[in-house]
Ligand binder design. Structure first.
Ligand code: LMR
Length: 411
């Protein structure tokens, strides 16, 4: 048995963490996984999370019973308000089904299983498929493939401008069968850091309305784009406020609360009536029961406190700004080193995309061979599509990294 099981390739992102850990070179840098680091390159436990943990520890009333199948109610309702807005009509009209998930990956998976079961693909050209941006987070393809929905690329990144291929994107939105499902990154696009402007989002929403497309939002970086949680929810709220676009949102607290290992997230599906929302929740509950039974409590309790207790909420706003600001300052340092110190030739004519790109990642625009040089000779771990996690840069290593980007760009 199992003699014909083929060896699977390692995960493109997590293999970098393993290689980094095994490397003994003293100047090694990990720019692979999208996880925030402080200026010493260390994981950062947010002060707001520390405060919540302390209060939890002292609370004698906390037990270790199962949560409900759809999670901690206080968590899901406050998480919905965070992404949809505290004055969201969809929430006040009870049209949102919110379920606690195993972080953003779990939300994507639960959303995918639900669509696979209930989405009218026969009305969307008959293909069981989802349009995903080219490129996208590597796991999107795997998640949809695993439930039997075929991922199909739509244009996003334009290598010539190192920016958004807005024409290609809108053309696909117009030409895809009506009622197609499109996955959109709500903000801080992973891996490119290339986001539409507000004006472009409006035009994208117009096309969703005209074509009856389904918007499958993935929001893993709320707060990381602008440092402002409401500002980063712009696209999601715009679509939902139109009332005519069917929307679901996958939400993760891995990055913005630094709760990577706690696997805390949520799936929110917006329906047109409270009755439909109740039926959707009941079906999500059935799926969840068979897959994870009940979600884990610890992260849900921490996030609930942060979202509801004024002192913790204020601290969290500061924490999110601290992370966003450090990343922005690293963008400025890397840009100025490449432009002023090294005068490095840039793939799109200049390095302005380092400043313009949004969120945790910069997509350098280098080719695979150049990236391999940086990894193999510079001991700087990054994905082969030239994505670097800006959170891995520090005031101490940025010059070393710039020197290797310079060598690669000239190779
Ligand atoms: C990333 O893109 O690096 C993160 O979202 C981590 C992951 O799960 O891939």
């Amino acid at each position: 048995i199992f003699s014909d099981v083929p060896q699977a390739p390692p995960d493109a992102i997590f293999k970098l963490t393993a290689a980094y850990k095994a490397d003994t070179y003293d100047k090694k840098v990990n720019l692979g996984v999208g996880a925030y680091r402080d200026d010493d390159g260390k994981p950062w436990v947010l002060p707001s999370v520390k405060m919540a943990k302390r209060a939890l520890l002292e609370n004698e009333d906390i037990d270790h019973e199962y949560l409900g199948i759809t999670g901690l109610n206080e968590f899901t309702s406050s998480a919905a308000k965070l992404i949809l807005g505290s004055s969201s009509e969809a929430i006040s009209e009870k049209r949102v089904s919110s379920v606690q998930t195993i972080s953003g990956t779990g939300a994507n998976h639960l959303g995918a299983v639900f669509l696979n079961k209930f989405y009218p693909f026969d009305k969307a050209g008959g293909q069981r498929q989802i349009y995903i941006s080219n490129p996208t987070w590597a796991n999107h393809k795997a998640i949809f493939n695993s439930v039997g929905i075929k991922p199909v690329d739509y244009p996003w990144y334009d290598a010539k401008t190192v920016g958004l291929d807005f024409e290609g994107l809108t053309k696909t939105l117009k030409e895809a069968p009506k009622q197609s499902v499109f996955l959109l990154h709500a903000c801080a696009h992973n891996p490119t850091g290339v986001d539409p402007t507000k004006e472009q989002w409006k035009q994208i929403a117009d096309l969703f309305e005209q074509q009856g497309h389904y918007a499958f939002f993935d929001c893993a970086y709320q707060g990381f784009a602008s440092g402002n949680l409401d500002e980063d929810a712009y696209s999601v709220r715009l679509f939902i406020e139109r009332r005519t676009i069917p929307v679901l949102v996958c939400q993760s607290f891995a990055k913005n609360a630094g709760l990577y290992g706690e696997r805390i997230g949520a799936l929110h599906i917006v329906s047109t009536t409270p009755e439909r929302a109740a039926a959707v929740t009941s079906q999500l509950s059935v799926i969840q029961r068979s897959e994870i039974s009940n979600p884990p409590a610890f992260g849900a309790r921490i996030v609930t406190m942060i979202l509801n207790e004024p002192k913790l909420w204020d601290q969290w706003q500061k924490d999110v700004t601290t992370m966003a600001d450090r990343i922005i300052s690293m963008r400025k340092s890397l840009h100025s080193l490449l432009v002023e110190k090294y005068k490095t030739p840039a793939p799109g004519g200049n390095w302005d995309h380092i400043l313009k790109q949004i969120g945790m990642f910069t997509f350098l625009g280098l080719n695979e061979k150049q990236c391999a040089l940086i990894v193999n000779e510079g001991h700087i771990y990054m994905t082969s599509n030239s994505r670097i996690s800006m959170a891995g840069l520090t005031t101490k290593n940025v010059e070393y990294v710039a020197s290797w980007i310079d060598k690669a760009a000239r190779s």
